[in-house]
Design a protein around this ligand. Structure first.
Ligand code: FE2
Length: 379
């Protein structure tokens, strides 16, 4: 036992030394939205996020308002403008509601900025120290695909609710959480022929390595196709698949996204749970809508994936998909877009050993998306 632990420590130390950008996890995801108050209510009520911090007129902030919500390790920030013009307004005008910031938790935000900018990152925010009675936070930021940015957050000297400038949000209304644990991966959609550019960005600028790649033969139906590569940081805590459209007979979901989002952006966040049946039952009860596959999917799925711990019946009833790789299996399901524009959606995932992304479900899933596109007239 002791030997195992020692060798693991050595392994971790080695990867840490070579890693010029050690990432501790996702710190928060910030969406720019048209009406943060009502979005916050949606994520609380339907998704079971808990209110933790607030910044706005009552805290002395005059230009924008932000609500911070949390469920286990997942932290969402919802921001709306309070004035007619400004960067948040422009973002919403161009993209509709969407993810602006994928913030990464680091030990040293200044070094993270220097190391990435030195390797070619375009600066978004110079290292900035913010302070209040609860301590100090250092943040810095760089641009990534589209108008999305990464902010590095160093919070080891901070004890407050979220960041300086925010106050704890004591709301009498709370909802039961829905068993969502952490962000498993976050997917970016980029334009034609841009996938490799952005994968190289994550490799060169942020020191990520490529885990897997899928080409249009892996991910195509009779009508549409896309390509995807998965980039991961050194300790595997951050995984960013990058998709680009591929030629098909009809318009792929990635093109539809790019058209409506007006460029590259975050397509989906995969949220992990330890009990997908309970989580998805809870979400459906509270009105979250999921994509469904034909019930024939379940006639043959066990031939493909073998034995699983769960009964098939509840999975079939909820529309949960199953896939297996060399290391185990996974259960997953995808929501319909959660915004008016057919852009961002969520995945709920439960991993039972498998470290992959559900390749065996791509075809059934993309056919389900095509049925939705057909209804929107965007196929
Ligand atoms: Fe995913």
């Amino acid at each position: 036992m002791a030997t195992n632990i020692d060798s693991q420590n050595v392994e971790n130390k080695t990867s840490q030394t070579n890693d010029f950008l050690p990432l501790l996890g996702t710190d928060y995801v910030e969406l720019y939205v048209g009406n943060a108050k009502q979005s916050a209510y949606y994520y609380q009520t339907a998704w079971g996020f808990q209110p933790i911090a607030y910044s706005g007129l009552e805290t002395g902030r005059k230009d924008q308002v932000s609500y911070v919500l949390e469920q286990d390790k997942i932290r969402l920030v919802l921001t709306s403008p309070l004035e007619p013009n400004g960067p948040v307004n422009e973002h919403i005008n161009a993209h509709g509601d969407g993810v602006k910031v994928v913030a990464l938790w680091v030990d040293n935000a200044t070094k993270s900025f220097e190391e990435t900018v030195k390797r070619g990152a375009k600066p978004y925010m110079e290292p900035t120290t913010e302070e209040d009675e609860f301590g100090t936070v250092v943040r810095s930021g760089i641009h990534t695909y589209g108008e999305t940015v990464h902010i590095f957050v160093e919070r080891k000297n901070y004890k407050g609710a979220f960041l300086p400038g925010y106050k704890a949000w004591d709301k009498p209304y709370t909802t039961k959480d829905n068993g969502l644990k952490y962000i498993d991966h976050m997917v970016g959609n980029v334009g034609w022929n841009e996938m490799n550019t952005w994968c190289e960005f994550y490799a060169k600028v942020m020191g990520f390595a490529q885990l897997v790649s899928f080409d249009d033969k892996d991910i195509s139906t009779e009508y549409t196709a896309l390509m995807s590569k998965v980039m991961s940081n050194g300790n595997g805590r951050i995984k960013f698949p990058i998709n680009e459209p591929a030629e098909g007979r009809k318009k792929s979901q990635i093109e539809e996204y790019i058209d409506f989002y007006n460029g590259a952006g975050v397509q989906h966040m995969a949220l992990a749970t330890d009990n997908i049946i309970e989580t998805v039952t809870g979400l459906i009860d509270r009105g979250v809508e999921f994509l469904t596959v034909p019930s024939s999917y379940y006639d043959t799925v066990l031939d493909r994936v073998g034995e699983i711990d769960e009964d098939l019946e509840p999975l079939k009833k909820l529309g949960i998909l199953i896939d297996r790789d060399d290391e185990g299996y996974l259960l997953q399901i995808f929501t319909k877009p959660v915004l008016d524009r057919p852009t961002m959606f969520f995945e709920i995932i439960q991993r039972k050993g498998a470290q992959s992304f559900g390749k065996g479900n791509f075809k059934a899933l993309f056919e389900a998306i095509e049925r939705e596109q057909e209804q929107r007239g965007t196929l």
